[in-house]
Design a protein around this ligand. Sequence first.
Ligand code: ZN
Length: 358
Amino acid sequence: MKGDWMKDSRLVNLKTRNPIMDVARNLDFTLRGYDGNTKAARCFNNHEDKNPSLVFMPEVNRFECKSCGVKGDVIELIQKVKKLDFKGAVSWLDPTYFDQSQSIDPIEYLRKQRGINKATQEKFKLRCEPKRIVIPLPTGEKYRWLSGNTRYSQKKGTSGCLYKTADAGDFVIMAEGELDALKLWQETGYPTWTGTAGVGAFKKEWLSDLKGIKKIYLAFDADEAGDKAATELARKIGGDKCYRLKPSKGKDWTDFFVKHGKIKDDFNELLKKAELIEQVQHNEVKVSWPEPLNERAFYGIAGEFVRAIEPHSEADPVALLVNFLAAFGSVIGDKPNFNVEADKHPRRLFVVLVGKTS
Ligand SMILES: [Zn+2]
């Protein structure tokens, strides 16, 4: 892309603010384990893709399909999946990107982008000032800026607190930000709270407010930061009453209700299906594929053997290696051995291979 330096650095900044994994989730890809921490999904190009080939590489913020070879960065991913041109894809990521010089109209931002209606605005006394929305907090004021690079700041002397849309009943929903909490409350009427100091900064002294509440739904964003914050908060509160609640469409509840047009019934479905955080962690352990063996495991002739036949076999290299070592130990018998104290140990191996297969 051609452009002046400022434009390029803003584009780099935009990409950095949008990790490929988050973008992939927002594009509704179903991510699966691929290789270690690498995740993959089914390719968007129409080809046979039984094992997901579209690999996401967070460390370089790019994707590549190992099957058809299509590759690129986050913008190119959006272009291809959403069938947009460059400008369209950038705007999809950041609606303010091309008109940052003039700030967005605060009222328009509240109504159109956040879907917050006049009644909600008035009830919570949100003020629209030039270039910003003022959110009154019990401890001061928070600002959502609509121009420049700062998104949020606080009035001097404002301390972090729990922002509550309503008193908790049997349950309370914890959202990631004030406007998200307000939108959720507006659509459902459920008590939705948020910590005003950011999703990762839940203060111990707020725990007493959560005492006696039977269910706490951690409705943070559907991204890695949200998952991490949920796990950490559940540890503080106790995983036996914390449920993870994620939007089924979009990254946050504003996406869910505004971009995807979901309604309270859709939200109730998610509430019903929300899993205990303990359960969530357990399931993650259950579905994760073991880390690939370290290269050092493929030492010597055994490793050479595996690498030689690997291209001609569908088997996992771990299975090839383990079978080779077991067969070798069996063929050479118990003459070659080593001692552990008084016991002779031959090269016999007893192995079980377990894996998903057909
Ligand atoms: Zn492909």
